[in-house]
Structure formats: structure tokens, C-alpha cells
Design a protein around this ligand. Structure first.
Ligand SMILES: [Zn+2]
Length: 187
């Protein structure tokens, strides 16, 4: 994937020596979120991401259907305007609005899961961080949602990791799929 090396560079890591362990540590450092949150932390995260979940619920009412359910993430397909073209997916709170052809794209879902946990830990503040990075990228003449956007870089790394190593273990762990479509996954 052409975003892989720029994403690694953005986060000051060496892609060719990136183990799962290092990637998990990087995920903790970048998102500030526990990899295996306690019940109390989960409660705090639900408060943080609450407003975004309310927004997502409102948007879901415009159309589409639930395609898959993870314990911590709902995959919604067939929405009339989300994700906006040409994007494959967009994450709002715990809902991933995905283009139909990507419903089972595990690498892309790994990327989107990073946005879920970013928003869990920072809530609305995450949008602020995201759009600040996006604006800087645009000013630099690059794509706003490319790997130069630090809030995207980690997602691209996980996407590449799952793709390159056919990894069963995405960035999710305690939040396993609950709909039976995908085998349980936890490192
Ligand atoms: Zn992304």
C-alpha cells in the first residue's frame, strides 16, 4: 500500500522492523487509550464518545443497514451519503459507515477501528485534532486524509499490517466480533 512508508515515517517507526508488539505499544502511545481497558475505563470511554454515538445514531436513520457487529463497533452499509466518495469508510463514534464492497475488508476495518479507539478516548476533542491535521496537510498541498495526517497514520499502519501479514489479529482484542462472521481474534 502506497501509504505504508509515509505513515511509518510520520510516526517515526521503521515499517520493516515493526512487530505486532511494537505496533500495539505505538497504538497505546498515540491514542492514549488502554489496550485492554478496565470496566471503569470502558465507562469513561462511553462518556467521551457519547456525543459522537448520538450523531451516528441520527445519521443511521437516513438509511442503510447493519452489516456486521463487533462488540465495540457496528459496520453500517448502504447509507445514502456515507462514506462520501471516494472514501471506503468513515467512522463516527462506534459506527463505521462502509462502502458495500469493503464490508469484509479486514484491513480497512482495522484502520477504522483505530478511529473508534481515538474517538473513545478523546471524544469530540479527537475531531479537533483530526481537522487540525487535515488542514495542515491541505496547506502543504497533500491529501487531507493521507498518511501525513498523524491521526490517520496509525490507521494506515494497521491496515498495512493486516494486509501484509494476513494477520488474524487486528488492533482489536477484547472487542471481538459478535455476529459469528469472523473468527474470534485476540493476540
Ligand atoms: Zn482513516
Amino acid at each position: 500500500m502506497r501509504e505504508t512508508i509515509p505513515a511509518a515515517r510520520r510516526l517515526n517507526v521503521d515499517w520493516f522492523n515493526l512487530t505486532r508488539k511494537k505496533l500495539v505499544q505505538l497504538t497505546k502511545d498515540e491514542t492514549g487509550r488502554s489496550y485492554r481497558p478496565s470496566d471503569f475505563e470502558k465507562f469513561l470511554y462511553s462518556l467521551e464518545s457519547g456525543p459522537l454515538d448520538v450523531l451516528a445514531t441520527g445519521l443511521r436513520a437516513d438509511g442503510g443497514r447493519r452489516a456486521r457487529t463487533y462488540a465495540n463497533m457496528t459496520i453500517w452499509v448502504g447509507h445514502p451519503y456515507l462514506p462520501p466518495s471516494p472514501f471506503g469508510a468513515i467512522t463516527i463514534g462506534h459506527v463505521v459507515f462502509v462502502a458495500a464492497e469493503h464490508t469484509y475488508n479486514r484491513a480497512l476495518l482495522a484502520h477504522e477501528y483505530i478511529h473508534v479507539i481515538q474517538q473513545e478516548h478523546r471524544g469530540l476533542l479527537q475531531l479537533d485534532r483530526y481537522f487540525t491535521e487535515a488542514a495542515l496537510e491541505l496547506l502543504a498541498g497533500r491529501q487531507h486524509a493521507g498518511p501525513g495526517n498523524r491521526e490517520e497514520a496509525l490507521g494506515y499502519l494497521w491496515e498495512s499490517y493486516v494486509q501484509a501479514y494476513k494477520a488474524e489479529n487486528g488492533p482489536w482484542c477484547e472487542f471481538r466480533p459478535t455476529d459469528g462472521n469472523v473468527p474470534g481474534e485476540c493476540g
